[in-house]
Ligand binder design. Structure first.
Ligand SMILES: Cc1cc2nc3c(=O)[nH]c(=O)nc-3n(C[C@H](O)[C@H](O)[C@H](O)COP(=O)(O)OP(=O)(O)OC[C@H]3O[C@@H](n4cnc5c(N)ncnc54)[C@H](O)[C@@H]3O)c2cc1C
Length: 417
């Protein structure tokens, strides 16, 4: 079958990979000249299979007033007149229950474990592709005793879902990750997960593009999809680059832009941008930088070593679709990095700054699967986990299009939920 994948971010490219391997003729269409030019460009580099709990959790609403009052807080909300934003916030608030959050965590873990197995298979299938992949392991640091106790309480729940994690004292954290030696006094402990990976999402995406081109997948770059129209029998045709792009099936993988593309069809998907930032520090040969993936739990900042660079990412700003960076947020991220890894940051005013829009759903689960239009499929809304979940989401979608949906996953991520 001929399948058009709209969007050449990590989700669209992974979709193209699994569809092509299933024997389909695939064309990938994107408005940019290069793949992964938007949110898949500078993300945190975490393949965070065990840390998928949604932002919408029972503790979050009580933290919001403090966070919203601080300019350097991890989450920020800039109210607008947009009904779309307020509706998203309402749905987010309704998802902040224990029951909902636990259910979403279970669902996402199924998808992330499937993604981990597929990523490891991908590494065996494509052994020459270098995208700074490391079986790094992950250390989530806690700065206060209450938070550490809460994390220890969660260990049993996480273990019951298949995560292998252990609680470490501050001294054990430093023994495992010596780059934390300078901040030994600031941390009370951490949770270590051996099975987490890190990699460069942009290098993964450009590598995938090369593999796809070699396998005969077509690319129509610099092609903006202006509209999706309904033709005879409810068949959807995409319009872009001055022509109608007809295909047996169309997969929408346009990240944070999906909402506006789908709205005219009467498909109201709750995907809204959560703006984030990253900094990439070059590392000299003698740099004292982490080799483990590190998360600063209180500040919601992640650190990943990507070859000879340190990627620092964080901040979640609900302030619309603009990609304009806010200098105060960049400064706050720089200050976080300087606190935890002063030796990396010292003398590196030249870190590369980046801003991206997480395609976030209120309850934190992506929307993957069919729509009421027979040839239109969605693979959107991966929020803060798009790199982590890309392989599983793409394989799930491929199974669905082929009429062989994975029974353990296919009921979880449909538009109807
Ligand atoms: C600061 C930050 C840190 C993050 N850290 C991590 C992390 O550590 N681990 C992780 O798993 N995830 C992380 N994420 C999330 C992850 O980056 C995203 O979930 C993922 O990149 C989304 O991929 P996507 O393909 O859906 O969207 P995108 O990468 O944005 O791709 C969508 C593509 O669609 C194209 N497009 C859109 N509209 C149209 C149109 N009308 N016509 C043609 N083309 C169109 C765009 O040009 C774009 O190329 C992070 C995100 C941010 C912002």
């Amino acid at each position: 079958m001929q399948i058009a994948v709209l969007g050449a971010g990590v989700i669209g490219l992974a979709s193209a990979y699994y569809l092509n391997r299933a024997g389909h003729q695939v064309i990938v269409i994107d408005r940019h000249g290069e793949v992964a030019a938007e949110t898949s460009l500078g993300n945190g580099g975490q393949l965070s299979y065990s840390y998928v709990a949604p932002l919408a959790g029972p503790g979050i609403l009580s933290k919001l007033p403090t966070w919203l009052a601080r300019r350097d807080s991890p989450v920020r909300f800039r109210p607008s007149v947009s009904a779309e934003q307020w509706l998203w916030c309402l749905k987010f608030a309704l998802a902040c229950t224990n029951r909902r959050s636990n259910l979403t965590t279970r669902e996402l873990l199924s998808l992330s474990f499937a993604s981990r197995a597929l990523m490891h298979q991908f590494l065996r299938d494509e052994p020459t592709l270098d995208f700074d992949f490391q079986h790094s392991g992950k250390l989530v640091l806690h700065r206060d005793a209450d938070a550490m106790r809460g994390a220890i309480d969660l260990l049993d729940f996480q273990r019951s879902l298949g995560c292998e994690q252990e609680a470490l004292s501050a001294a054990e954290c430093v023994a495992l990750e010596p780059a934390l030696a300078d901040v030994r006094e600031r941390i009370v402990g951490g949770i270590y997960t051996r099975s987490e990976d890190t990699a460069d999402c942009h290098r993964f995406s450009t590598g995938l593009e090369a593999i796809l081109r070699a396998r005969g997948v077509q690319f129509s770059m610099n092609t903006h999809i202006d509209a999706l129209d309904v033709a005879k029998g409810g068949h959807i045709v995409a319009h872009g680059g001055g022509r109608a792009l007809d295909a047996d099936h169309i997969v929408v993988a346009t990240g944070a832009s999906a909402t506006h593309l789908l709205q005219p069809l009467g498909l109201h998907v709750p995907v809204y941008p959560l703006k984030g930032y990253s900094l990439t520090y070059p590392l000299g040969p003698q740099a004292i930088a982490p080799t483990l993936s590190v998360t600063d739990f209180a500040r919601k900042v992640v650190y990943a070593r990507l070859g000879d660079r340190l990627r620092v990412a964080g901040m979640a700003d609900l302030d619309g679709y603009s990609l304009k960076p806010d200098p105060s947020r960049i400064a706050a991220l720089r200050a976080e990095a300087a606190t935890l890894f002063p030796q990396v940051v010292a003398g590196h005013a030249d870190a590369t700054e980046w801003t991206g829009l997480r395609p976030a759903t209120p309850r934190g689960a992506p929307i993957i699967g069919p729509t009421r239009f027979p040839n239109l499929w969605l693979n959107i809304g991966h929020g803060a986990l798009g790199f982590t979940l890309a392989s599983g989401s793409a394989a799930l979608l491929t199974g669905w299009i082929d009429g062989k949906p994975d029974p353990s996953l296919s009921s979880l991520f449909t538009l109807t939920r």
